[in-house]
Design a protein around this ligand. Structure first.
Ligand SMILES: Nc1nc2c(ncn2[C@@H]2O[C@H](COP(=O)(O)OP(=O)(O)OP(=O)(O)O)[C@@H](O)[C@H]2O)c(=O)[nH]1
Ligand SMILES: [Mg+2]
Length: 497
């Protein structure tokens, strides 16, 4: 980046940060995670719990660890218009009626950025100096921003040259777990010369094969966490544009490719991707966040085996690198990206018996530990949690061959099967979810979820959301969850003290 554009870029970020700072009583909460990690369900359940906490008074408190609610200081929580007019609104009502309606089902996949403001009115814990200036309940506007984790993994590109990114991407593709799915694309890459004259046909062919490889890596069978560029799999309106029609080539780092060459064309497009996709996301969204939760479907990776787990560990390290991006140059050290708390959350913990919830947390802690150690300069408090935004199962002891086994029970979604039995979406099913290892280091071994072979395919049956009970107003009350209140307390509990 030239110095002038560097300066303009940072000044825009600074202006946005200052505006947010002056407004006060506001918190921008980023919710991210790779696709299907549980972002939509998390936000919907979080907002439902906040906005219905007061209606649910008198019932068992569902948020004992979220202090403002547990101490009965939350007066109200309601949705307000969001501050950013150009960002799609998070379709809260639609997602909530999917989860809690008569035909209860999980919400649709979303794949784009969206935003929702929820405003909390609460009593301060102690009537300090501030409340004599501002009598009545205090207020906190929480702007929740849901964005794909794939965009976050793009941020480190801002500090990488085309040559460096190419080298890393080609190296990663040669790893055993990726080599087969990368074979076609790598074969085609080996068949071209970076110095040969630029050709749109060649660029399109390589970009298409590269995209196929990225797509294959993400399927359930491999469950590999993605490599950038994130928009190759979710192009939106940029589909077919030059900024999305490039692929890595083995070029030398530090030397410019000859003009008119294929490598020069690819490099220009890679830079265009950074300018038109990555940088605007950093400036308009990421740099304005105060807090961040990163949702991780660790169970899907564990289910796929050690290669997926190792890949997830790398992706988590990249996520932490993303939080360091933009903190290195002069102006951004004055107006630093402000994220001061980051929570890594293993989602869907309701697929495990509660005896394994702490173990799931330990696994995620283990997977992030090396990255956290290296993440000096992130300048944020980082914590790790295992949660279920919606608890779709309950626990039971099932007798099996004279033994008592801890099982989880729920309504599998229509079409799920155990052996030859196909579920109809109405009948309940019990599964023995298996135990996570007591020593989290064992997740890198093939037997992480120790279970008999024949159990393997139904270990992660998908369950329907549970039936919501209705409040006095006949509207659904919040669904059960696991440790959602702990996440709330970490993410914004200090701001409503
Ligand atoms: N049992 C259970 N399943 C969950 C939970 N959260 C998410 N899921 C499952 O995970 C799927 C994906 O959840 P979403 O919230 O749509 O994930 P997302 O990250 O928004 O996905 P994209 O919009 O595709 O990026 C859901 O359809 C459910 O099957 C949970 O708390 N419990
Ligand atoms: Mg979503």
């Amino acid at each position: 980046m030239s110095q002038i554009s560097d300066l303009l870029f940072d000044t825009t970020v600074a202006a946005a940060s200052l505006k947010d700072f002056l407004a006060g009583g506001r918190l921008r909460l980023g919710v991210t995670g790779l696709s299907r990690s549980g972002k939509t369900v998390f936000i919907t359940s979080l907002v439902h719990h906040l906005t219905r906490a007061v209606a649910a008074h008198g019932r068992k408190n569902q948020l004992p660890v979220f202090r403002v609610a547990a101490e009965n200081r939350l007066r109200s929580a309601h949705l307000d218009p969001q501050p950013d007019d150009a960002v799609p609104r998070f379709s809260y009502e639609e997602h909530l009626s999917a989860l809690t309606g008569a035909d209860r089902h999980w919400p649709q996949s979303t794949r784009r950025i969206s935003e929702l403001r929820v405003t909390l009115e609460y009593d301060r814990k102690s009537a300090g100096l501030l409340s004599s200036f501002r009598p009545g309940p205090a207020r906190l506007d929480i702007d929740i921003v849901d964005y794909p984790g794939e965009w976050l993994l793009d941020l480190p590109l801002l500090e990488k040259s085309y040559a460096q990114w190419s080298r890393e991407t080609l190296e990663a593709a040669s790893a055993a777990a990726r080599a087969t799915i990368a074979a076609d694309w790598r074969g085609a890459t080996a068949g071209v010369e970076p110095q040969e004259p630029a050709s749109e046909d060649v660029a399109r062919k390589l970009a298409a094969l590269f995209t196929n490889y990225l797509r294959a890596a993400k399927t359930e069978r491999f469950a590999l966490s993605t490599l950038p560029p994130g928009r190759f799999l979710m192009p939106g309106e940029l589909e077919g544009s030059p900024a999305l029609t490039f692929a890595p080539l083995p070029v030398e780092e530090g030397s410019a490719p000859p003009s008119g060459s294929l490598a020069a064309m690819m490099e220009r497009r890679y830079e265009a991707y950074k300018t038109h996709v990555v940088r605007p996301f950093f400036r308009d969204h990421f740099a304005r966040l105060d807090r961040q939760i990163v949702l991780v479907d660790a169970l899907a990776a564990l289910n796929s085996g050690p290669a997926a787990v190792r890949d997830l560990e790398t992706a988590l390290a990249d996520v932490l690198t993303a939080f360091r991006t933009g903190r290195s140059n002069l102006l951004s050290t004055i107006f630093r990206p402000k994220i001061d708390r980051i929570l890594f959350a293993a989602t869907k913990a309701d697929h495990l018996h509660h005896t394994s919830h702490d173990r799931l947390e330990a696994v995620l802690r283990h997977l992030t530990s090396r990255a956290i150690e290296r993440a000096e300069g992130v300048g944020a408090t980082i914590d790790v949690i295992a949660l279920a935004a919606v608890r779709a199962t309950r626990e039971a002891i099932v007798k099996h061959d004279g033994e008592s086994l801890a099982a989880i029970v729920g309504t599998p979604i229509e079409g799920e099967r155990i052996g030859d039995d196909v579920f109809d979406g109405v009948a309940e099913g019990a599964i023995f979810p298996g135990e996570l290892p007591a020593d989290p280091r064992h997740v890198f071994r093939g037997d992480a979820l120790a279970l008999a072979e024949e159990d393997a395919d139904f270990r992660f049956l998908k369950f329907r959301p549970p039936i919501a009970s209705l409040g006095r107003d006949k509207e659904p009350l919040p669904l059960p969850h696991i440790r959602l209140d702990r996440a709330m307390e970490f993410l914004f509990g200090d701001r409503v003290g």
